[in-house]
Ligand binder design. Structure first.
Ligand code: NAD
Length: 360
């Protein structure tokens, strides 16, 4: 298969971790006979240095021409980097928001998986973490409270602020379809999270999700209120497969789920639009404190590349091969500094990438 992959190396540790993900993708291409063609794209601080702005029309155009985009991370140290002397709309993060908008990336996917070998990093009680968990949170990314009308005003002499939470049925249906499609590639369970006992937007959410479920008879659908879900994630995370939810609930729950998984250097993510196109990136930032030292954990980026194989290219077998190779490296006792534990062997960024690539 021929695939054109846009590559945003980005800032900080971005170039180091992306280099290792490419190494693993090249091993996949060699083993399974694919042709991955890479196009380098500038975003964030690297784009500011080259063009004075964090995102150019050229980057958008080139990204749209690719089948998918793999990204490291963008941004610098806000206290010391000159990028943060610029007005907010010219800073690195504005580039990220801009490209998500330009590419209409409305579905955010954040898997939370507990590796047996990293169980000691899990903050949950031993009997809960012993059950393990493997879930993915599908969060609506371009609607809801964060995008609704807002204002701050004085009403009868009292300062008053208003935010609006609005969803239409089309926005709900397209994210629900994404969640059901993804469930078909997993354990075929969707838990839709809302606050339908209070919010009109949640009542519509629930109705439309139920209508959509009729097209997916193999998938078991359940509903859960968001406050209960926040508790269940720490009491019994093993019960979840796919969690489907709106923007703000997803923002909070996906951070909670990633914290219970332990290490930030292991967490992949993807943002998809209504085609097969997606932007794949680790959940962590550009870690300027360790940039350029060959110390960063590249596994979250490598696992993001695996998501790209699965969700943008439908290369499920190859995605599985990458995930299995990562598990095997951990089983073989190799660790970067952030996930190090007693009795394990240290691997730097470059070595970690090589170890995974060798196991493809
Ligand atoms: P961060 O995730 O970059 O770092 C937090 C801590 O985790 C640091 O100690 C760092 O060394 C460590 N860490 C992160 N990734 C690691 C890895 N792969 N291996 C080993 N250790 C790792 O968060 P921050 O310090 O709050 O942000 C730094 C910069 O990253 C800021 O400019 C921020 O805006 C940006 N950022 C970008 C993204 C993105 O590109 N999507 C996301 C979050 C933050």
């Amino acid at each position: 298969m021929k695939c054109s992959i846009g590559v945003i190396s980005g800032d900080g540790i971005g170039p180091e971790i992306v280099r290792e993900a490419r190494k693993v993708l090249n091993a996949v291409a060699a083993k399974y006979g694919h042709d991955f063609e890479y196009t380098d794209l500038l975003l964030g601080g690297a784009s500011i240095d080259a063009h004075g702005v964090p995102l150019t029309e050229e980057t958008i155009k080139k990204a749209k021409a690719c089948d998918a985009v793999l990204m490291g991370s963008i941004g610098g140290d806000p206290k010391t980097s000159p990028w943060y002397q610029l007005e907010p709309s010219k800073r690195p993060e504005a580039g990220l928001l801009g490209i998500r908008k330009a590419l209409n990336l409305f579905a955010n996917l954040r898997p939370a998986y507990l590796y047996e070998e990293l169980r000691s990093a899990c903050p949950l009680r031993g009997d809960i973490s012993a059950a393990g968990f493997d879930m993915i949170i599908i969060r609506e990314l371009t609607g809801g409270l964060y995008f609704g009308a807002r204002r701050t005003e004085e009403v009868d002499g009292v300062r008053t602020a208003t935010d609006t939470l609005s969803y239409n049925e089309n926005e709900i249906r397209r994210i629900a379809r994404r969640a059901f499609d993804i469930a078909l590639k997993r354990k075929k369970k969707v838990c839709s999270v809302d606050k339908a006992n209070v919010l009109d937007s949640s009542r519509l959410w629930r109705k439309v999700v139920e209508e959509t479920a009729k097209d997916y008879p193999e998938v078991a659908l359940s509903h859960m209120y968001v406050d209960n879900c926040a508790m269940q994630l720490v009491m019994n995370p093993a019960q979840f497969d796919v969690i489907l939810t709106e923007n703000m609930f997803g923002d909070i729950l996906s951070d909670e789920a990633s914290m219970v998984a332990g290490s930030i250097g292991m967490l992949a993510s993807a943002s998809l639009n209504d085609t097969k196109f997606g932007l794949y990136e680790p959940s962590h930032g550009s870690a300027p404190d360790i940039a350029g030292q060959n110390k960063a954990n590249p596994l979250a980026t490598i696992l993001s590349a695996a998501m790209m194989l699965r969700y943008s290219f439908d290369l499920d077998k190859e995605a599985e091969a990458v995930e299995t190779a990562v598990r095997q490296v951990l089983k073989d006792g190799y660790r970067t500094g952030d996930i190090m534990s007693d009795g394990c062997a240290y691997a730097d960024t470059e070595r970690m990438g090589t170890l995974v690539a060798e196991r493809i």
